[in-house]
Design a protein around this ligand. Structure first.
Ligand code: ZN
Ligand code: ZN
Length: 358
């Protein structure tokens, strides 16, 4: 018996040593398989007909390695749209299996830089992955065209290099960059503006309260299902009106309790400027309690929290936001992570899944 145990131990050591020695080769084999699967896979074709919210960035301007900047992709039937493109949005979409060549338009909620600083990488991937012959469409409040023109100028030299290197068939010069369409933000609460209406997909913009910016939220309708995106806002009656009866409300949040901890730490360290910023941001974002109250008043089916302020570097911290929102909204409340998908199939129901590949 003893010799058998000895032999087993020896085998385990030998297997361990070979795995260690061959770990590079094993990793290459894994990458081979993942590359084949990755190039064939498309999340769009895997999901059932319906409206799907893909969380491609659940963070804020504050540093959080686990969360890209603000980004929500929406698949409506076979159509793909993106709402805001913060830093890391393009990379997260790629890791979720979304082909960026499929994106029909990016809708901006407002022109705070953290909501568009991932736009240029998105435009590059839109161009490169599909050899696009037209630029990526960007739709947003007045000022969006100036942002697009600036980014196009900043990336013009790069675009020239790419066409020169790969040739105009692979990188057609006409497909580089962004093409903007602006709209005037509706002035009154309760007023909506149709910004897209084609093939059964309707997208409406409505004003929210994020002064001094001109900011909107969006309502997306497809196949009898509705999802509403708050954008950045303090508690807004206009949002409540637009979200009425929606299946899903995707809402930004700031935790006054956690914000206060950072504010006090900054003041304690003599960093008055940082303290002032953490004080100022409270007045144009929404607490989880208020997000829950909006969800309750609008009678939505479920509440998805995103754009976490401050950041949530410790696992479990997102629970603080959920627990507070649950006190004012009895329905499902979820703290979203990058890679999460909430599906509203045409056939009914709500499904949650996670799609972050390595
Ligand atoms: Zn903002
Ligand atoms: Zn923001």
């Amino acid at each position: 018996m003893k010799w058998l145990m000895g032999l087993l131990a020896l085998l385990i050591v030998v297997a361990g040593a070979s795995a260690y020695l061959w770990r590079g080769e094993l990793a290459v084999r894994l990458v081979e398989r993942a590359a084949r699967q990755g190039i064939e896979a498309s999340l769009k074709t895997e999901l059932p007909d319906g409206l799907h919210a893909l969380f491609c960035g659940t963070g804020s301007p504050l540093p959080d390695r686990a969360r890209a900047g603000p980004c929500l992709a929406v698949i409506a039937g076979q159509h793909v749209f993106v709402f805001d493109a913060g830093e890391g949005a393009s990379e997260t979409l790629a890791l979720m299996g979304v082909s960026q060549g499929d994106i029909e338009a990016v809708f901006l909620t407002h022109l705070h830089s953290d909501h568009f600083d991932g736009l240029a990488p998105l435009a590059l991937q839109h161009w490169a992955t599909a050899s696009a012959t037209a630029p990526l469409n960007v739709v947003g409040p007045v000022g969006a065209a100036r942002v697009a023109a600036g980014l196009n100028e900043a990336y013009a030299i790069d675009a020239g290099y790419r066409t020169a290197h790969h040739g105009p068939e692979i990188m057609p010069p006409s497909g580089a960059g962004l093409l903007a369409r602006e709209f005037v933000v509706p002035a009154a609460d309760g007023e909506t503006l149709v910004v897209h209406d084609a093939d059964g997909v309707r997208i409406l913009a409505f004003r929210v309260d994020h002064a001094p910016t001109d900011a909107v939220g969006y309502r997306v309708e497809y196949g009898g299902r509705v999802l509403v995106i708050s954008g950045d806002t303090s508690r807004s009656p206009s949002l409540t009106a637009a979200a009425r009866g929606a299946d899903l409300l995707v809402h930004e949040v700031i935790s006054p309790r956690l914000d206060r901890i950072i504010h006090d730490a900054a003041i304690g360290a003599g960093r008055e400027n940082v303290g002032a910023i953490f004080n100022d941001i409270l007045d144009y974002h929404t607490s989880p309690a208020d997000a829950g109250a909006v969800a309750q008043e609008a009678g939505v089916g479920a509440l998805a929290l995103t754009h976490f302020l401050p950041q949530t570097p410790i696992r479990g911290l997102a629970r603080v936001f959920v627990d507070e929102a649950k006190r004012s909204f009895p329905g499902p409340v979820w703290a979203m992570r990058d890679g999460d998908v909430i599906s509203l199939p045409r056939a009914g129901g709500v499904r949650r899944s996670h799609h972050l590949r390595f």
